[in-house]
Design a protein around this ligand. Sequence first.
Ligand code: ADP
Length: 272
Amino acid sequence: MYPAKDGGLSVFYQEITGRKQVEAAMRKTNEALRRANADLEQFAYSASHDLREPLRMVRLYCELLSRRYKEALDASAQEMISFCVDGVRRMDCLLNDLLEYIRVSMPAGPGESAEFISLDSCLAVALANLRAKIQETGATVTHEPLPKLPMAAVHAQQLFQNLIGNSLKYRGAAAPSVHVSAREDGDLCVISVRDNGIGIAPAHHDQVFGVFKRLHPASEYSGSGVGLAICKKIVERYGGSIWVDSQEGMGSTFSFSVPLHDERARSGSAGP
Ligand code: ADP
């Protein structure tokens, strides 16, 4: 309502019924989509979880068969059984990693609430978990002072463990040399893990973050192709992103960004 020049009042009406209807329809669609996603995650989680039990049984009996009938079976039968055990072991690894992937997509569980955590101590935990691999490969891991970030500690540890673990696995001829650095970029903190490993051709840079996407056969490098997909899921939970700069044979730098400020962390409430 506005005063008019002649001393009267001008009244303006805006038709908002249509807009309200569209907003309500969008809210409904979003809610349906969120529920469908949650159902799908729950289904995938239960399926992966329940599949592991019969798989354990197959493995157990194959191993028993091979041990108990060692004398009765010829070399070719023994070899076939060992292929079975190997296949079961790999499938168990895939299911385990798939479960982990689904778990990071689910709402925050115990110990997963976002608070300002020290990345330095998360890196220390990851390095302690990788100690045997670091010793075995003769790797050197250096790092700059790292900031505090609004994340769950388990997620930051997992990021470091997956990225540094890959630097050790995809190493070149020289002993692995890994450097972890941090920089601010506007409202974001960017953490980078640089290595001197085999590198990745630019054509594959996006591909490596997909689930089960691998650039090498399992006979060359073991793995399930889920590690980087988990990293992507984790940083996306916090509104960040992850990418790689690399050339084949020239080492790789994996970087992820996380917003420096997060109200959820400040209030100590559950993560996304
Ligand atoms: P996995 O290691 O189990 O195969 P990841 O999701 O961790 O699964 O990695 C996907 C693919 O990305 C790997 O198979 C590998 O080809 C490539 N990759 C990941 N990290 C590196 C790295 N630091 N250097 C070179 N290649 C890498």
